[in-house]
Design a protein around this ligand. Structure first.
Ligand SMILES: NC(=O)c1ccc[n+]([C@@H]2O[C@H](COP(=O)([O-])OP(=O)(O)OC[C@H]3O[C@@H](n4cnc5c(N)ncnc54)[C@H](O)[C@@H]3O)[C@@H](O)[C@H]2O)c1
Length: 314
C-alpha cells in the first residue's frame, strides 16, 4: 500500500493535511457529506467547524439547545432539537457527547434506530470501541475519530477501528478528515489511550515521579518541556529525534535511564490528593500551578498561533 505523506498527494484544497500510514484517496473524490454532530460542547463545536469549513452539510444536536445553536452558528451549520432530526439522512454521525459509556451507548442506540446506514464515529478519548459497539445492532458501523482540543486548530485526528469495523470505513473516515485539512493517523487496532494519550501518560508519569522524588518543581518540569523538548517535538517525533541524535547514543541513554524511571500503575498521590481537595486545575482556579480564570482561552489562542507558525515554516 503506498504511503502518502504531504498535501501534494491529495490535492490543492488540503494544504498541510497528511495521512500517515494509509493510502490517501484524493480530495476530489470526497463529495459533500451530510454530517450530524451529536454533543456540541468543547469538542463537538470545534468538530462542527472543521466539517463546516470543508464544505459539508453539518447538523448539530445537543441536549442543551442554546449550546447547539451557538455551535451551529460558529460552523455555518443547522441546529436540531432531536437526535432523530439531526441524523435523518446523515451519511456520517460524529458523536461528541460526555465521556460516559452508558450515555454514549444510549445515544448510539438512538442513532441506529433513526438512521440505518451512516457511519457512526465517536470522539471518545478513552472508551474502547468494542465497549461502545457491544450493544449495537450493527457494530461494523462504529469507528473512533479522536480529535484534539481545540479540534479546529490541532491538526491530528486518530482513527481507530473496532473489532468489526471494515477497512473501507476506516479509509472513508481517513479520506474525509484528510480532505478537511486534518493530519490523520489510522491505528491498525484498538489500544488503551490510542497513541497520543499513551505518549502523554508516559511523560506525565515521569513528570510527577520527578516532583515526588524532590528532583524538581512542577514549574521546572514544565520549563524543561516548553523550552527544550516541546519546540523540538513540534518538528520531529521521537523516532526522528533518535535518528538525529544517533541510535548508539540512545541505546546508552535508554540502558542508563530506563531502570530508574517511575513505574506507577495508577494515578500518583500528588494527583489524587489534589482531586480529593477539589483542586481540579484551571476550571477550579487551583491545581499544580496558580491559574487565571481565562487560562484555557489564553492557551487555545496561543496554541492556534503556534500551529499556524509551525505550518508556515514548512
Ligand atoms: N475536552 C477534550 O480535550 C477532549 C479531547 C478529545 C476527545 N474528547 C472527548 O470528546 C467528548 C466530548 O467531550 P467535551 O470535552 O466536548 O465535553 P463537553 O462537556 O464540553 O461537551 C459535551 C456536550 O454533550 C452534551 N450532551 C450531554 N448529553 C448528551 C446527549 N445525550 N446527547 C447529545 N449531547 C449531549 C452536553 O450538553 C455538552 O454540551 C468526550 O467523549 C471526550 O472524552 C474530549
Amino acid at each position: 500500500m503506498p504511503e502518502s505523506i504531504g498535501a501534494e498527494s491529495i490535492g490543492a484544497e488540503t494544504i498541510g493535511a497528511e495521512t500517515i500510514g494509509a493510502e490517501t484517496i484524493g480530495a476530489e473524490t470526497i463529495g459533500a457529506e451530510t454530517i450530524a454532530v451529536l454533543g456540541a460542547g468543547i469538542m463537538g463545536a470545534g468538530i462542527a467547524r472543521v466539517f463546516g469549513r470543508a464544505g459539508h452539510e453539518v447538523r448539530v444536536f445537543d441536549v442543551d439547545a442554546a449550546t447547539a445553536t451557538r455551535a451551529a452558528d460558529s460552523a455555518g451549520a443547522s441546529a436540531h432539537d432531536s437526535v432523530e432530526r439531526a441524523v435523518d439522512g446523515a451519511t456520517i454521525v460524529l458523536e461528541a457527547a460526555p465521556e460516559r459509556l452508558e450515555l454514549k451507548r444510549e445515544l448510539i442506540a438512538q442513532v441506529e434506530a433513526a438512521n440505518a446506514t451512516a457511519i457512526i464515529a465517536s470522539n471518545t478519548s478513552s472508551i474502547a470501541p468494542d465497549a461502545l459497539a457491544a450493544g449495537m445492532r450493527d457494530p461494523s458501523r462504529l469507528v473512533i475519530a479522536h480529535f484534539f482540543n481545540p479540534a479546529d486548530a490541532v491538526p491530528l485526528v486518530e482513527v481507530v477501528p473496532g473489532p468489526a469495523t471494515p477497512q473501507a470505513t476506516v479509509d472513508r473516515m481517513v479520506a474525509l478528515l484528510t480532505a478537511a485539512g486534518k493530519t490523520v493517523v489510522p491505528l491498525a487496532q484498538q489500544v488503551e489511550g490510542f497513541i497520543a494519550n499513551r505518549l502523554q501518560a508516559a511523560l506525565y508519569r515521569e513528570a510527577m515521579h520527578l516532583v515526588e522524588l524532590g528532583v524538581a518543581s512542577p514549574e521546572q518540569v514544565d520549563a524543561t518541556v516548553t523550552a527544550g523538548l516541546g519546540p523540538r517535538w513540534a518538528l520531529a517525533g521521537p523516532f526522528e529525534i533518535m535518528d538525529l541524535g544517533g541510535l548508539d547514543v540512545w541505546t546508552s541513554v535508554t540502558d542508563g535511564v530506563f531502570p530508574s524511571l517511575g513505574d506507577a500503575s495508577a494515578a500518583p498521590g500528588m494527583l489524587r490528593e489534589r482531586v480529593e481537595r477539589g483542586e481540579l486545575g484551571a476550571k477550579t482556579g487551583a491545581g499544580f500551578l496558580p491559574r487565571d480564570a481565562d487560562a484555557a482561552t489564553t492557551f487555545a489562542r496561543r496554541l492556534s498561533a503556534l500551529i499556524a507558525a509551525r505550518a508556515a515554516i514548512d
